[in-house]
Design a protein around this ligand. Structure first.
Ligand code: NAD
Ligand code: MG
Length: 387
């Protein structure tokens, strides 16, 4: 038996996936790869597979299956496809899984990884937003170790004293405020795709970059934090911090506030999760306080960024509403990226769907998937009405 940590990367070709690969590449002696998955990018997936020789690769887009088989002919690597293939890859026995698929598409694979009872590093926030109660219940049931990758939640995880949970008064989720922090809604109304994608501090996938511009990302992270840390909504504050150096904080009853700081580079939280419980090297720029010279803070603007209010309201209303929030947002963000709607329409569509979608009881992943589909169709009809 090798003493290497055996890891699977779900969403290996994405921004978080590539950062994870980068750390593994630099530490080849410590890791071996079980499975790698991607949506449709055969070239990127095949190139990773040739480099790392995983046991299995899976591609969600079945029409790309033949091309992937051709690209890996003679390697002995098993090739799977479709949503079933991704789920099968997620069930491969490994020590550690990076859940970095974007959107609710990651729900079943991530749940499957959780049900293996090993360690899951959680980047895919949408699956917690959709199914937080179910996910946390399975984490307890299968004794799974759960590590938050999202920089804010990773920061909180690093300074969250579990034995002092009663003495935790507040979690402070920081956020940069995104590319439109300093402009008004008139300017936001005519924002282009390129402007909305231009995050001031972080380099990320397209969907989360748009979510950062609407601040829906912070709304989703608020819901994510409620589940991950089992904290009531009123104990979670959002604070705008344009430099993205303090990644989040925990305030204790004695007035102490513990924060985790660092350069805005996802390889720090990913390395924390990859190495856990030990720390490992990450090739990130070390924080230079003199160069930084100052840190600024602002209250979030709930009027300018209605996504923050919508996320809090949806969380208070329950899982049916958070599934609706997420599905409508995914459809609206995709439509904005396709130049079908304007920037402010994104949150208008989400609010419209929340107002019109009847609340349904959610007690299983199948219920979540069914409602997710209903809301996607509702949001698509709203898009059609607009054009
Ligand atoms: P990305 O778009 O760069 O990558 C997404 C990955 O998911 C790709 O590998 C893609 O092939 C795969 N994928 C997409 N649709 C799929 C589908 N239908 N079925 C199977 N696989 C599919 O996204 P990202 O920025 O890496 O973000 C991934 C997740 O991590 C998101 O939930 C995001 O919110 C979260 N996250 C990202 C960052 C970041 O810095 N990028 C930070 C914190 C949290
Ligand atoms: Mg984050």
């Amino acid at each position: 038996m090798s003493d290497k940590k055996r890891v699977t990367i779900l969403g290996a070709t994405g921004s978080v996936g590539q950062s994870t690969v980068d750390l593994i590449r630099r530490n080849r002696d410590q890791f071996e790869i079980g499975a790698l998955t991607a949506n449709s990018n055969v070239e990127a997936l095949a190139s990773l597979a040739r480099e790392f020789s995983p046991q299995v690769v899976a591609i969600a887009d079945s029409s790309r299956y033949g091309a992937l088989c051709d690209a890996l002919a003679g390697t002995g690597i098993s090739v799977l496809c479709g949503q079933e293939g991704i789920v099968e890859a997620s069930a491969l026995p490994v020590d550690w899984t990076m859940a970095a698929i974007v959107g609710a598409a990651g729900l079943q694979p991530t749940m499957t990884a959780v049900q293996q009872g090993k360690t899951v590093a959680f980047a895919n926030k949408e699956c917690l937003v959709c199914a937080g109660d179910l996910m946390m219940a399975d984490i307890r049931k299968y004794g799974t170790t759960f590590l938050p990758v999202d920089s804010e939640h990773n920061a909180i995880f690093q300074v969250f004293e579990n034995t002092q949970r009663e003495k935790i008064e507040r979690l402070v989720l920081t956020g940069s405020g995104g590319p439109f922090r300093t402009v008004n809604r008139e300017v936001m109304a005519s924002a282009t795709r390129a402007q909305a994608l231009a995050h001031p501090n972080w380099s990320m996938g397209a969907k989360i970059s748009i979510d950062s511009a609407t601040m829906m990302n912070k709304g989703l992270e608020f819901i994510e934090a409620c589940y991950l840390f089992d904290m009531p909504a009123e104990k979670i504050d959002i604070l705008v911090h344009p430099q993205s150096v303090i990644h989040s904080m925990v305030e204790y009853a004695d007035g102490s506030i513990l924060a985790q700081l660092g350069s805005p580079d996802m390889r720090t939280p990913i390395a924390y999760c990859l190495g856990w419980p030990d720390r490992m090297d990450a090739p990130v720029e070390k924080l230079d306080f003199v160069k930084l010279s100052r840190m600024d803070f602002e209250a979030p603007d709930y009027k300018k960024f209605p996504a923050l209010r919508l996320a809090r309201e949806a969380h208070a209303a329950g899982m049916s509403a958070t599934v609706t929030l997420n599905a409508a947002n995914e459809i609206a963000v995709a439509a904005f990226l396709d130049d079908r709607i304007r920037f402010l329409d994104i949150t208008n569509i989400v609010e419209d769907c929340l107002n019109h979608q009847e609340m349904l009881p959610i007690s299983s992943v199948d219920d979540v998937i069914a409602l997710d589909g209903i809301v996607r169709r509702l949001a698509s009809r709203k898009l059609d009405e607009m054009s």
